[in-house]
Design a protein around this ligand. Structure first.
Ligand code: GLN
Length: 203
């Protein structure tokens, strides 16, 4: 059984741990280097990307995490986690760090500051069984996708129609929305499958 970590510096850690456990893997919070070394994959939760970026430096996890991502560790980032996994962030603080696990440019708080949160029904490539209720909370969107990045979902209508809100590049997955708050486990199950594949390929 694979062990999947949830970066536990800030944000909605508990909900991801519960969703992962319900998806049949061992789930642990990651705050230390030794915990990062022990996981087969990592979830970076929603929260505040600039705060998490600062805490990654304080907890000496920034470089170890970059190294593991560069070595192919599967990762899934939701909202602030998507922002951290990007290779370029627009509308952030000048000292905000990114992990470059995905060749994408994200815009932070992209849906407008007055639009605090909203919900949409989305079709997500790789997720079977019909549309998914997606909860967006001060969410980013993806403004540029590099070669090799697959777009999994876009906003279907309204002023943000066509905006990219879910992507995958190899073993790294990211969504602008928060699947951990709806009880729909299909995104976590998709990620668990990616981690199982990576563990099997490693032998
Ligand atoms: N706006 C937050 C940020 O910039 C992300 C919000 C979230 O994760 N729900 O990090």
């Amino acid at each position: 059984t694979p062990t999947i970590g949830v970066l536990a510096l800030q944000g909605d850690v508990r909900e991801h741990l519960a969703a992962l456990e319900a998806s049949g893997v061992n789930a642990i919070g990651v705050r230390r280097r030794s915990e990062l070394d022990a996981v087969d994959g990592l979830v970076i939760p929603g929260g505040e990307s600039t705060t998490m970026s600062r805490l990654l430096v304080v907890f000496d996890l920034l470089e170890p995490l970059r190294e593991r991502l560069a070595a192919g560790m599967p990762a899934y980032g939701s909202c602030a986690g998507m922002i951290l996994l990007a290779s370029e962030i627009l509308d952030t603080r000048p000292d905000a760090q990114c992990l470059s696990g995905l060749d994408i440019t994200v815009r932070r708080n992209a849906f407008g500051r007055q639009v605090d949160s909203f919900e949409e029904n989305l079709d997500v490539t790789g997720v079977e069984g019909g549309t998914m209720r997606a909860v967006f909370i001060r969410a980013p969107w993806v403004e540029r996708v590099g070669e090799g990045v697959e777009v999994l979902a876009t906003v279907p209508g309204g002023p943000a129609a066509g905006r990219v809100v879910a992507v995958r590049q190899g073993a790294v997955l990211a969504t602008s929305f928060h699947p951990e708050v709806t009880g729909d486990r299909r995104i976590h199950e998709l990620f668990v499958g990616m981690v199982r594949d990576a563990v099997a390929a490693r032998g």
